[in-house]
Design a protein around this ligand. Structure first.
Ligand code: PMP
Length: 377
């Protein structure tokens, strides 16, 4: 089996499984309890916060543990609008995660103006429309660090500087970049940042929102935990697993990025050479080292994915399912890709377990698919 869907989720690392089960077995106290069990859990929470902060380039005090990036994004959005005197206007890139865009668009019914900022043909945010949008007050600007479909990276520090010059709080969804490339919350100058454990070997249902020190940010879930910023007894097994994945990433991320990046480049070059009509999305922009997003002219994503799966290779399409059939990816549509071509988009997202053998098998399957498709028509 060849798993090429690491942007959807990653297999948990052995040390993550150990950390989670150890926490369930002997670290099950409530960190808010004053007795020994509670205090041991609290010490584990403090240590985990430091480990995760190190991965993010943030201070431990800036982390709010959440149930993942979806909650962190909602916290950034709803917190922005709940601040005193916040304008009822938010700016999001048109290629944010679909769940996040949905959350923002729902607010239109409540009278919030939602501006979706355009990207260029490679999926990079256009600066002129961003500057124009920042001329009017806004409660939040949100742009992801790396796109989950294309892997394309945004110039986060430049965007943060523009937002700051206009006094607009800037949130970056770094979910796809965490554990793959170095994050630098402080250096970027962002105000808020989302991340999630399961994208780099951690457990599902655990992540964090980073809130810049000194920035008042109303909670999404009221309660005493996380210094009043997120109510609910902490998900200690999840947090222990997240911290283990973060320690692993801090130690090995640089070498992994080089190795995985070389593998992705080899795959991309081989496919371009052997598969007629192959298009690579986002190829003109800097990308995550593990992501390759392609379409083969005349072949639907379903067709390609079925064939790959029959060969034991697991990947994803960029299309979303709806009752009327597959919907082309909103990311590709924002990049100006025609709907019929977007419906052919297949995402191959590599991981540290991907080897040269896997690359060879994918190339072999895809190169044989094209003559078969031609013969069938
Ligand atoms: N943002 C991005 C960019 C993502 O890729 C994902 C996961 N697909 C999320 C947010 C949501 O993360 P979670 O699964 O932790 O809610």
């Amino acid at each position: 089996m060849i798993y090429l869907d690491h942007n959807a989720t990653t297999p948990p690392l052995p040390e993550v499984m150990d950390a989670v089960s150890e926490c369930l077995r002997s670290g099950w106290g409530n960190p808010s309890s004053k007795h020994g069990h509670g205090q041991r859990a609290k010490a584990a929470l403090v240590a985990a916060r430091a480990d995760v902060a190190k991965l993010l380039g943030a201070q431990p005090v800036e982390l709010v543990f959440t149930s993942g990036a979806t909650e962190a994004n909602h916290h950034a959005l709803h917190g922005a609008l709940a601040r005193n005197g916040a304008p009822a206007r938010v700016l999001l890139s048109a290629i944010e995660h679909s769940g996040f865009i949905k959350a923002a668009l729902r607010l239109r019914d409540a009278g919030v103006e939602v501006v979706l900022l355009p990207v260029d043909a490679d999926g990079v945010l256009k600066m002129a429309p961003l500057r124009a949008a920042l001329e009017q007050p806004a409660a939040l600007l949100s742009v992801m660090a790396a796109n989950n479909e294309t892997g394309v990276l945004q110039p986060v520090a430049d965007i943060a500087a523009l937002a700051s010059a206009h006094g607009v709080p800037f949130h970056v969804d770094a979910t796809q970049m965490a554990g793959k490339l170095a994050l630098d919350f402080a250096g970027w100058g962002a105000d808020l940042m989302s991340m999630s454990a399961h994208k780099f070997g951690g457990p599902k249902g655990c992540g964090a929102l980073v809130v810049r020190k000194g920035l008042g940010w109303p909670p999404l879930l009221a309660g005493q935990q996380e210094r009043g910023r997120r109510g609910g007894t902490e998900n200690m097994p999840g947090i222990a697993g997240l911290a283990a994945a973060a320690r692993d990433a801090v130690a090995g991320m640089k070498a992994d990025a080089l190795r995985v990046g070389a593998m992705r480049d080899t795959l991309e070059a081989a496919l371009l050479e052997c598969v007629p009509g192959l298009r690579v999305f986002g190829a003109g922009a800097p990308r995550l080292p593990n992501t390759l997003y392609v379409a083969i002219a005349g072949l639907s994503a379903d067709r390609v994915l079925d064939r790959l799966e029959r060969e034991g290779i697991f990947a994803s399409s960029g299309a979303a399912c709806s009752s009327g059939g597959p919907e082309p990816s909103h990311v590709l549509r924002a990049m100006g890709v025609p709907a019929d071509e977007a419906l052919g988009a297949v995402r191959l997202s590599l991981g540290r377990d991907t080897d040269a053998d896997a690359v060879g098998r994918v190339v072999h399957v895809l190169r044989t698919l094209v003559p078969q498709a031609a013969a069938a028509t």
